[in-house]
Design a protein around this ligand. Structure first.
Ligand code: PEP
Ligand code: MG
Length: 578
């Protein structure tokens, strides 16, 4: 048995699919069989070309001609006789291995293109790099598998999955996943919870223990993997799985009931989503709204920025499906672990402390793509959200705000977008509520001042915990220090809620803490107005809240913030037995 970080609850029993994604390592060797090396190179170029043709076709059918063209450019690189003949010459004359020769030659081409004055030509360097990685992947036998089309149910086992890998997975066939790295609040883990797929992350070396085709048991609730299960394991976990599913069925009785405490205090129970694909789960679990729409997923797994119209359609679809219930649309939060391949974002030493979210969206100096700066991308999004606000109860929310000035700058761009729409006589909700996330400690500390400039706060505990405790939310080596129950974190939350109420605004929470069943009583006691979480946790949370007495919980909340450490707080909450 192996133990990791329980990232998404539930049990999966099934066949493993190992997905390689280790870095490509090239070494120089002297070879004796030149012909074999030449044949290998030509085979791998051919294979890459066929793959690219298939991707081009799929993209043309599913996305559009313009997006498909990018793969046409990749095919042209592979067909360039200069490139292949330079590589074959190198193999013949220097008697070196094919991957080394191909890598050397493509690097020379890349350097030439990168040094050109013309922007279009410079961008071709990125095409050559992409194509070169594909061919090298084949030459070295470490190709990343395409997860969007799978033939049978599988449990994915891999070193790491990016949020964009997760977004493009064939969700009907992936019944679970395991990764060596990652934390509970990495976006890959968050997506697993949204999709209701059992998952364990931070297993450190699970890729060394299983191979494709092995049968395993994944217990996402406990964070345990049973490798080579025997008959007894299989039958007992099958029973557990049935029990888990039966509980889920049982919770359906709560659909349609209000989220109200035994002393009649009503709170709002909302869902977090990443795209309109999550709507079915939101509606079937009876969410009272969408408390967080992570819009950055609209920007991933494509080759160019979504247009204003595309975004407008997506936001409008969510708003109209919610039929007047609130929908909090968070503006772009790229950076950290969320990459967008076609934007020119440099690798950073500390991505979570770096060029991320609102910082990028307010930048009017640095180009992020051929034509756009962060500010232009932000304005396009603001216009799309405003236009969609005519079709439902949309609220707008800014991520990663750390100062009053940042908030003012973001609001100023929103006002400018409203004026543009006024001039163009385009309809939008002129009284749209504007809120901000509290996920940076500096914002929590000045929440009394910030509250005067917004209509609501939503506390993002995933980031607030990592910044308060100085613990990278992605790093499994220090995951034991990522501590939601740290009294420092709880005191900040209490303070934010009090400051919000003092200023007469409402306050929600859309970080993972909002669905933690042990924490909900305390948050209720602090006076949190809205709890937003993965759809799969909604009914369980409603059941809990309906069993609690708010005034009782207030007393417990006052008590926990006087305790000295996370362990004392956990013990206190376990003893509460609510
Ligand atoms: C958070 O930080 O708690 C949050 C909800 O935002 P994200 O997880 O997308 O960073
Ligand atoms: Mg965040």
């Amino acid at each position: 048995m192996k133990k990791g970080i329980a990232a998404s609850p539930g049990i999966a029993i099934g066949k493993v699919l190992c997905v390689e994604n280790q870095a490509i390592v090239i070494e120089k060797h002297t070879i004796t069989d030149v012909d074999a090396e030449l044949e290998k190179l030509s085979e791998c170029i051919d294979r890459s070309k066929k793959e690219l043709e298939a991707i081009q076709e799929k993209t043309r059918n599913e996305v559009g001609e313009e997006e498909a063209a990018i793969f046409g450019a990749h095919i042209m690189v592979l067909e360039d006789p200069e490139l292949s003949s330079a590589a074959t010459d190198k193999i013949k004359t220097e008697k070196v291995n094919a991957d080394y020769a191909f890598n050397e030659i493509t690097n020379q081409f890349i350097a030439v293109f990168e040094s050109m004055d013309n922007e279009y030509m410079r961008e071709r360097a990125a095409d050559i790099k992409d194509v070169s990685n594909r061919v090298l992947g084949h030459l070295l036998g470490c190709v990343k598998k395409d997860l969007s089309h799978l033939d049978e149910d599988v449990i994915i086992v891999t070193h790491d999955l990016t949020p964009s890998d997760t977004a493009s997975m064939d969700k009907k066939k992936v019944i679970g996943f395991l990764t060596n790295v990652g934390g509970k609040t990495s976006h890959t883990a968050i997506m697993a919870r949204t999709l209701d797929i059992p998952a364990i992350v931070g297993l450190s070396d699970i890729t060394d223990y299983v191979k494709t085709g092995d049968t395993i048991i994944l217990d996402g609730t406990k964070g345990e993997v049973i490798i080579q299960p025997d008959e007894h394991d299989l039958s007992s976990y099958d029973k557990l799985k049935q029990q888990y599913n039966a509980e889920k069925e049982h919770l359906k009785a709560l659909i349609g009931l209000p989220t109200i405490t035994t002393d009649d205090h009503k709170v709002e129970l909302a869902a977090n989503i990443g795209s309109d694909e999550d709507l079915d789960a939101v509606l079937s679990h009876d969410a009272e709204g969408v408390g967080l729409f992570r819009t950055e997923f609209l920007y991933m797994n494509r080759s160019s920025l979504p247009t204003e119209d595309e975004q407008f359609e997506a936001y409008k679809k969510v708003a109209s499906s919610l039929k007047g219930k609130p929908v909090v649309i968070r503006t772009l939060d790229i950076g950290g672990d969320k990459e967008v391949s076609y934007l020119k974002l440099e690798k950073e030493m500390n991505p979570f402390l770096g060029y991320r979210a609102i910082r990028m969206c307010l930048n009017g100096n640095v180009k992020l793509s051929k034509d756009f700066m962060g500010k232009d991308i932000f304005k396009t999004q603001l216009r799309a959200i405003l236009r969609a606000s005519a079709y439902g109860n949309i609220k707008i929310m800014f991520p990663m705000i750390s100062s009053i000035q940042e908030l003012k700058d973001a609001k100023q761009l929103l006002e400018a977008s409203k004026k543009e729409l006024d001039r163009e006589q385009i309809n939008y909700n002129k009284a749209i509520e504007v809120g901000m996330m509290i996920e940076v400690p500096s914002a929590a500390v000045i929440s009394d001042l910030l509250a005067k400039h917004v209509d609501f706060f939503s506390i993002g505990t995933n980031d607030l915990i990592q910044y308060t405790c100085a613990v990278d939310r992605m790093n499994e080596k220090i995951s034991h220090l990522y501590e939601p129950y740290h009294p420092g974190v709880l005191r900040l939350i209490k303070m934010v809620i009090e400051n919000a109420h003092q200023a007469g605004i409402w306050v929600g929470m859309c970080g993972g803490m909002a669905e933690d069943q042990m924490m909900i009583p305390i948050l209720l006691g602090f006076g949190l107005d809205e709890f937003s979480m993965s759809a799969a946790s909604l009914l369980r949370s409603r059941q809990l809240i309906r069993s609690l007495n708010k005034s009782e919980m207030e007393k417990h909340s006052q008590k926990v913030v006087t305790l000295e450490g996370a362990d004392d707080i956990k013990k206190y909450l376990v003893d509460l037995e609510v």
